[in-house]
Design a protein around this ligand. Structure first.
Ligand SMILES: [Zn+2]
Length: 90
């Protein structure tokens, strides 16, 4: 992949084919990650708010917030600034 793409559902960088979602025919889907999109369908049928809350929780539990020196509120605010631009939530 030439340029870094972001999952159009959760915003995570799709920097390798290993994290890309898959289409129904098993081919690589370069718009969504494997955690969001598998075999041609979304893994979780959730709203944007639920997705953001889940991501914030994940960042907190994995220590990513500390790593990036962010508070929960800052992370949430950041996600609300770009999630509405993602294809799935438009
Ligand atoms: Zn995703």
């Amino acid at each position: 992949m030439s340029e870094t793409k972001f999952c159009q559902s959760c915003g995570m960088p799709l920097d390798s084919k290993d994290v890309c979602g898959t289409n129904q025919d098993g081919s690589i889907n370069e718009e969504y990650c494997i955690y969001c999109y598998k075999d041609g369908a979304f893994v979780d049928d959730c709203t944007m708010d639920e997705m953001i809350e889940g991501s914030v929780r994940h960042m907190k539990e994995s220590g990513m917030l500390k790593e990036q020196n962010k508070t929960e509120e800052e992370a949430r605010e950041f996600m609300y600034s770009f999630f509405p631009e993602l294809k799935r939530w438009k």
